[in-house]
Design a protein around this ligand. Structure first.
Ligand SMILES: [Zn+2]
Length: 341
């Protein structure tokens, strides 16, 4: 089978690989669609040396596909099922897993980010990670679940519901997913960031207002606070950057809730948190794959307006060069179509 393998930062190539054989609890899935996420671009570049410890290595985590084989002991999934999977793995039996918090699995074996790879024709994945797609959900849509799943977790932590307003800092794949989910749930989204077409895509996805930046790292606090005096009661930070975290804390109203999804030094001290009674939530991906699929099936949620380009598996190196390059600010989601339809 054909598979994309990373040989060094920025050096992605197509190779021939052996078709894997599913072991106990595993499923062999023919990948249909893969939409690279922010984490994948960081892996491609091995940003900060955090992502890859040995080459060559596969890439990608979230995908949609068709089950082609099952190992012993798999229940609830059948050959031929249309499925999706996200990056995080979990044990399936601990107190958190059995109460719907698989993203916080208590089994130490799953503390680190164990990811399958999926920029290849066939992949082995633990069957318990798979969600069966409703008939109405297309493979492309099912390959873009990570953003709305992360946002569903963030919005839940912040207690948001229909009629509320949330500021979304960042308009990359996660930010776009959060805006689309907000619209689906009747939450007003105000998007902050984007120096290129990504800001326009935020509009297209249903953001009530967008504050683009003129250049990377521009401080927009004054401009946003002029339009929303007093700041926001709820903010989701999606860039995992010092810029994004700084904007998020500056835009929080007294009593505000802030959802963080990644790094970036905190620009506040203990007393600032106390004096403003800020509530800070860590969001480690999410567990709401089935809920998001339902919203797509009902026609309430669509990330289709965010798709900018489609590539074949053979063109994956070109797709990643684009996503890691200066032109990425004008690119929304990229779909790598792998299996035959
Ligand atoms: Zn668990």
């Amino acid at each position: 089978m054909k598979a994309a393998r990373l040989f060094a930062p920025g050096d992605l190539r197509l190779v021939e690989a052996e078709v894997p054989v599913p072991g106990p609890g595993e499923a062999l899935v023919a990948i249909m669609a893969y939409a690279p996420y922010g984490t994948d671009v960081s892996t491609y570049l091995n940003k900060g040396g955090r992502y890859v410890s040995a080459y060559p290595v596969g890439i990608g985590a979230d995908f949609s596909g068709i089950v082609r084989g099952l190992g012993p002991g798999v229940e609830g999934i059948a050959e031929g099922d249309r499925v999706s999977a996200l990056a995080l793995d979990h044990c399936g039996t601990c107190a958190h897993c059995t109460s719907g918090r698989q993203n916080l699995c208590l089994d130490p074996a799953f503390k680190t980010l164990v990811r399958q790879t999926c920029c290849e024709e066939l992949v082995l994945v633990r069957a318990r990670k798979l969600a069966v797609l409703p008939d109405a959900v297309a493979f492309e849509d099912a390959a873009m679940l990570a953003g709305p799943v992360d946002a569903l977790n963030a919005f839940g932590k912040m207690g948001l519901g229909a009629g509320d307003r949330v500021a979304i800092v960042g308009v990359g794949a996660m930010g776009h997913g959060a805006i689309a989910l907000a619209r689906a749930l009747g939450i007003e989204a105000v998007a902050i960031g984007g120096s290129g077409r990504r800001a326009q895509i935020a509009h297209d996805l249903g953001a009530a207002q967008v504050f683009p930046i003129a250049a990377h790292g521009e401080d927009v606090r004054e401009r946003v606070l002029a339009a929303f005096p007093g700041g926001f009661a709820a903010i989701m930070e999606t860039t995992a950057s010092a810029w994004g975290v700084t904007q998020a804390f500056a835009l929080a109203a007294p009593g505000g809730r802030i959802a963080l999804t990644g790094g970036g030094a905190l620009p506040v001290g203990n007393w600032d948190i106390v004096d403003r009674e800020l509530a800070i939530f860590g969001v480690r991906a999410g567990s709401g794959q089935a809920e998001v699929l339902d919203l797509i099936a009902q026609g309430k949620l669509s990330l289709q307006p965010s798709i900018s380009r489609r590539f074949t598996l053979e063109e994956a190196p070109e797709a990643f060069a684009l996503l890691a390059g200066a032109g990425a600010r004008d690119i929304g989601r990229v779909i790598i179509s792998i299996g035959a339809r």
